[in-house]
Design a protein around this ligand. Structure first.
Ligand code: M6R
Length: 613
């Protein structure tokens, strides 16, 4: 969703802001703009569409000031036009905003009554008017921001500058993420550390309802009432290289290819590669506190959205099978508005790559409120969800830029398999020989993924032939069922084609009616405990004319002879199959979308970090 960059320092703000906004492109946006000081006045330049349009406009612009703010907008209130793009300017105030002001209609009515000339359809411009009105009374930008906060309802982060105070930026966060970057004689604001890695590795993550004043070289963090807060900064060790494409056509392709390394990194700190034993290393509680928590907990609940939700579905198979406790999995946007029955003997986990998904964040807060022990599985250390959790586990995937989640998903599956093993061990449910067998199988996964990636040329060729299908049904049983849903999601979000993920056994309860020769049936059929039943479902689909694309184990002649395309995968343990089977599904969607000429890294209408509900 929207991206914010603010800069005060000796460099040219135009360069810093543009570089930063480029690194935030992955979040999804449809217009962009900057306001940078020039001859004591913040000059506003905005453009609809991609950043290139803004960059073209900025080519002939020079700024002699050292203060500026920039924004990429993902439209909520009003179309993605230049007029609605940020920053919004009112009487010397320039403001960028991420999030939603829920009482915008009331504010609009009040401002119009007060004589304000409102130029855009956005809720954000209204905040600029409120600050401008207030700063006239207080002559202090910080005071003006403090005074208007009680008037705003919703979830929002804002950064604001004022022509009359050319050495100052004020930010406020209540919802969408905002970090302060601490440099040498320069300081920054950004929605995400990735925007600033080129300039600094030192960050302050803001909590909700905190105000920050950057004034000259000073950074002050305060409560919304202006009381000073002593915030610790953290060092982020991601290198700027990690957020470059490194020769790949798209970030997504690079991230698909990073999976052997990402899965190995996910395993590294939890597995002893010599003894083949598991010990999950979490942050938050001590090792013995965590083991004790696992030992005494008899119910597990996982809440997430999108791809992270499908990973949670796989965990249900892992944990119920190994730990033998009930596992409930829920979509965060549903969970928070139901009346979930929560008992305090439940371990409550949220999974989120970004750690910022608004619904997932609200879910973990709700669980905490109800007195449950919480655990998070995030990729971004220090993110809002990570900070809420009692037990913290990290994906270790490195930055994921492509909007479609790839390496974070396979790393998550890897860690959930480790959690299942560790938990089963804590509950004395795991035989030593089984532990060794599964750990060895997990350790083999990175090179097996490597092996699948070697077939990329073949997946690319196969994907060319998929253009003509009317729709895609992805089918699987057991732990392949959530992978079918994940495969279908990738097809929808990248190639904009209709795709459904189904439990193969459910086919005859409805979807069978859809099948004819224009329908592609992607059958996940690894040789596991669900194999025979899945082959029967494949036969049913084939008998109705469905075009079968089967994924199986090795040279499976039975599957080959029944399929239009057969994609062989290496033989793996059933807990590793979901990790391996994901790779061809990602590649098929990626290649098909590329052939169709779509923006693979930033699919239309989608955002990487969904910070509004
Ligand atoms: O950052 P999160 O894991 O919380 O994100 C959840 C979903 O928004 C995300 O997985 C989304 O479904 C992806 N675009 C899938 O590729």
């Amino acid at each position: 969703m929207c991206g914010i960059v603010g800069y005060l320092g000796p460099l040219d703000p135009k360069d810093v802001i543009l570089q930063g906004l480029k690194k935030l492109e992955y979040r999804g946006y449809d217009s962009a703009g900057v306001a940078i000081l020039h001859n004591g006045v913040a000059k506003q330049v905005r453009a609809s569409g991609k950043l290139q349009a803004l960059e073209d406009k900025l080519k002939s612009e020079n700024f002699n000031g050292r203060l500026g703010i920039g924004h990429t907008r993902w439209a909520t209130h009003g179309a993605p036009t230049e007029r609605n793009a940020h920053p919004h300017q009112v009487d010397g105030i320039s403001l960028v905003h991420n999030g939603i002001i829920e009482n915008d209609q009331d504010l609009r009515d009040e401002l119009i009554k007060d004589g304000a000339k409102i130029l855009s359809d956005t809720d954000s411009e209204l905040v600029a008017h409120l600050v401008a009105r207030e700063v006239k009374k207080t002559n202090s930008l910080q005071q003006a921001v403090e005074n208007i906060l009680p008037k705003l309802r919703g979830a929002f982060s804002i950064v604001v500058i004022w022509n009359q105070s050319p050495d100052e930026m004020i930010a406020f966060k209540d919802g969408p993420p905002l970090v302060v970057g601490l440099g040498d004689k320069e300081n920054f604001f950004a929605s995400d550390v990735q925007a600033l890695l080129k300039y600094t590795k030192k960050f302050i993550y803001l909590d909700d309802r905190e105000i920050v004043r950057i004034h000259g070289q000073k950074v002050e963090v305060m409560t919304s009432a202006g009381q000073p807060i002593n915030k610790k900064s953290v060092e982020i060790n991601w290198s700027p290289d990690l957020v470059e494409k490194q020769g790949f056509a798209h970030y997504m392709l690079k991230e698909i290819y990073e999976q052997p390394r990402a899965v190995a990194a996910a395993l590294e700190s939890h597995i002893n590669a010599d003894t083949h034993r598991i010990q999950l290393k979490v942050e938050g509680p001590t090792a013995s506190e965590f083991t004790n928590l696992l030992k005494t907990t008899n119910r597990f609940m996982i809440v997430a959205c999108g791809t992270s939700y499908y990973a949670a579905q796989v965990a249900k198979y892992y944990i119920e099978s190994l730990v033998k406790i009930p596992v409930d999995v829920d979509i965060a946007s549903e969970f928070r508005y139901r009346s979930p029955i929560l008992d305090t003997n439940t371990l409550f986990m949220t999974i989120s790559q970004s750690g910022e998904t608004a619904d997932t964040l609200a879910a973990i807060r709700l669980a905490k409120e109800k007195g449950l022990k919480t655990m998070s599985l995030c990729n971004v250390r220090g993110s809002s969800i990570d900070r809420e959790a009692f037990v913290k586990l990290y994906m270790q995937s490195g930055p994921e830029i492509g909007v479609a989640s790839t390496k974070a998903f396979t790393s998550t599956l890897t860690l959930l398999a480790c959690l299942a093993l560790d938990w089963a061990k804590a509950k004395d449910q795991l035989k030593s020989e089984d532990e060794i067998k599964i750990v060895k199988a997990l350790l083999a996964a990175p090179s097996q993924i490597e092996g699948v990636l070697n077939y990329d040329k073949y997946f690319n060729e196969a994907s060319q032939k998929l253009k003509s299908y009317r729709g895609f049904l992805y089918m699987g049983r057991g732990s392949s069922f959530p992978i079918a849903m994940e495969g279908a999601l990738k097809m929808k979000e990248l190639a904009y084609l209709h795709a459904e993920g189904y439990a193969a056994g459910e086919m005859k309860h409805g979807p069978l009616a859809l099948i004819d020769e224009r329908m592609a049936i992607v059958m996940l059929c690894p040789q596991d405990q669900w194999y025979e039943k899945t082959v029967s479902n494949l036969e049913e689909a084939k008998a109705r004319g469905g075009q079968i694309i089967a994924l199986g184990t090795g040279e499976d002649e039975r599957l080959k002879s029944r399929s239009h395309f057969y994609l062989p995968l290496p033989k793996a343990h059933w807990m590793v199959n979901p990790i391996i089977s994901t790779i061809p599904l990602q590649l098929m969607s990626y290649h098909l979308a590329s052939h169709l000429g779509y923006d693979v890294d930033q699919p239309r209408n989608l955002a990487k970090s969904v910070t509004v509900e």
